[in-house]
Ligand binder design. Sequence first.
Ligand code: NAP
Length: 249
Amino acid sequence: MVTGGGTGIGRGIAEALGEHGARICIAARRADVLAAAVEELEAAGIQAMWVPCDVREPAQVEAVIEAILERWGRLDIVVNNAAGNFAAPIEGLSYNGFKAIVDIDLRGTYHVTKAAFEGALKQSGGHIINITAPFERMGVAFQAHVAAAKTGVDSLTRTCAVEFGPHGVRVNALAPGAIGGTEGMDRIGSGDERDARCPIGYVGAPRDIANAVLFLCSSAAAYISGQVICVDGGAAVGMMQIAPPGSDA
Ligand code: NAP
């Protein structure tokens, strides 16, 4: 199950998991986007379904889990990818704008996590992967709403890892850096040139995040749980630099 799996990073994750044999369910609000994505996944030989869902509504989330169990008979991997984003200074950010992002990113992740664990993962084990953002140790202007929501997701990741571990469920989070060609990046107007200034030297692609999801769901990651892993070309660790020795700067 990939929330927000019809576009951007979620779409890349759905494709990668499908290519590795998973049966896919993507869930989000826009039916036309989901239907088109499923058509393309199926054309690539991937078994896929879509269910309309607003992750802010627990009843809709529970209905997705039920639909998956009815169609595929099991649920093994849950990727909490759905999120909203826009740039706004706190001075101009409405009370409702802040609430909307916390509702989608944090409360939505909680709804999906709880419904998936109680409805399926608790019985059969599995994986939960939360797509967060690298805000844990940073203050990023114009992102107060997203940073508050995503660091809440990071915390939820750790709590769930502890509570769900005894049931064979590993819970981790991935914090993407700048990922090109996504609605998310377009909305916060990030320029390619600036984004490419990570130590690895290029803007990431949805496939970079999808590859990390594959790793976390594999036996190679069997002993990893409760972690927030940056997949950002080293951007977060390279934020603060000093002038080269001997330079005038
Ligand atoms: P995106 O294409 O806008 O993906 C967001 C998806 O979430 C959309 O498919 C959207 O579909 C769905 N969604 C939004 N609100 C929803 C709701 N209430 N209920 C259900 N689904 C909802 O953006 P993206 O850039 O690929 O981002 C994917 C994830 O990566 C997000 O968690 C984002 O915070 C994270 N991230 C992205 C970047 C980046 O560089 N792009 C960097 C750091 C973190 P509908 O509108 O149809 O519902």
